[in-house]
Design a protein around this ligand. Structure first.
Ligand code: 5AD
Ligand code: FES
Length: 350
């Protein structure tokens, strides 16, 4: 698949053509990663963040939200709950919280690996090379770090660097792979100022990075951010600006599956937010093979407001578990067992 093909798919509005795209993605998913849907327990361990991202509600300048950091015991309890639900992985996600000290995190990873047989995925943002190495040595298996957009100018606009520290997530992703992590990334769809050409380049970048995991979702404006007023930054020309639509999200999921056939691809919470009724199922039917049920304690959920009206805010871990199982079984798929390691990585190990 070349860039022109990707662009043609991103621009098409022909319903019959799109049905073909969904079918191709579904077949390639079935042939390469099978019919199992793996469940990853998501623990949002801290909403504290030092960064000023123009899209994210957790940015340091948003003083309207209460901040929290879970204790080690709280997190380990969530990990045990995830294991008791049969999930094979926990994903520990946080803002860029420098209060999450290297040693503290190391101890936490070691404890989860000792007390459970879970795969451990980290999603803690841009940290030092030493931290990435130390946490891998402590037993962390996977790292998620979205590059958000491959357009460098747009990236710098929406993701201001910390003073004196240029931010190059693409370089970090290459490094994470080299250290030995199963590596995941992704982008937002419909960022104000994102063109069709940019999104096509993003999809090609997934292939270039040979990602093991690819997570994408629609950009959802948050009032407490500087992109929150999209009129200021969106291209008025609708033939240039990518819409942050549900359909564009399915197209991106489907095309990601076609360019990275063996990657693990989640049907994300952002998609469930724009279509509560059937977003998850449609994502799974158009290329995705993963869901990430939230296992964060209910009292913290509303505080992890990356974007408004996020799905699963009022639910408990157990609610999300039954919701996900029901949705997976309703489309004739099965619930994955085991850790659900990336078949893409297995290919490299052969
Ligand atoms: N809308 C949609 N997704 C968002 N993210 C952050 N802010 C938003 C938003 N307003 C995504 C980013 C980040 C991930 C954790 O959530 O891609 O990497
Ligand atoms: Fe949380 Fe459906 S997965 S409510």
């Amino acid at each position: 698949m070349e860039k022109e093909d990707i662009l043609a798919w991103l621009r098409t509005t022909d319903e019959n053509e799109l049905i073909k795209l969904w079918q191709m993605a579904d077949q390639v998913r079935q042939q390469n990663v099978g019919q199992e849907v793996h469940l990853r327990g998501l623990i949002e361990i801290s909403n504290i963040c030092v960064r000023k991202c123009g899209y994210c509600g957790l940015n340091i300048e948003n003083t309207a939200i209460g901040r929290y950091r879970m204790t080690e015991d709280e997190i380990v309890e969530c990990a045990h709950e995830a294991a008791s639900f049969g999930y094979g992985t926990v994903v520990m996600q946080a803002g860029e919280d420098h209060g999450i000290a290297t040693e503290w995190m190391t101890g936490l990873i070691q404890r989860i690996k000792r007390e459970t047989s879970l795969a451990v995925t980290l999603s803690l943002g841009e940290r030092t090379d030493e931290e990435y190495q130390t946490w891998f040595a402590a037993g962390a298996d996977r790292y998620l770090l979205r590059f958000e957009t491959s357009n460098r100018t747009l990236y710098d606009r929406i993701h201001p660097p910390l003073a004196g520290q240029p931010s190059d997530r693409i370089a970090l992703l290459r490094r994470l792979k080299q250290i030995g992590y199963e590596t995941g990334s992704g982008v937002m769809i419909g960022i104000p100022g994102q063109t069709y050409d940019d999104l096509a380049n993003d999809i090609l970048m997934f292939r270039e990075l040979d990602l093991d995991m690819i997570g994408v979702g629609p950009y959802i404006p948050h009032q407490a951010t500087f992109l929150g007023n999209p009129e200021l930054t969106t291209y008025a020309d609708k033939t240039v600006q990518v819409p942050n639509s549900e359909e564009m999200t399915y197209k991106t999921i489907a095309l990601s599956r076609l360019v990275c056939p063996r990657a693990n691809i989640p049907s994300t919470t952002a998609l469930a937010t724009v279509n509560t009724e059937s977003g998850r199922e449609l994502g799974l039917s158009r290329g995705a093979n993963i869901v990430m049920p939230n296992v964060t304690p209910r009292k913290y959920r509303a505080l992890y407001e990356i974007y408004p009206s996020k799905a699963c805010i009022d639910e408990t871990a157990s609610d999300c578990r039954s919701c996900m199982s029901r949705r997976i079984l309703s489309i004739g798929r099965t619930i994955g067992t085991g850790r659900g390691d990336s078949p893409n990585r297995a290919k490299h190990r052969e």
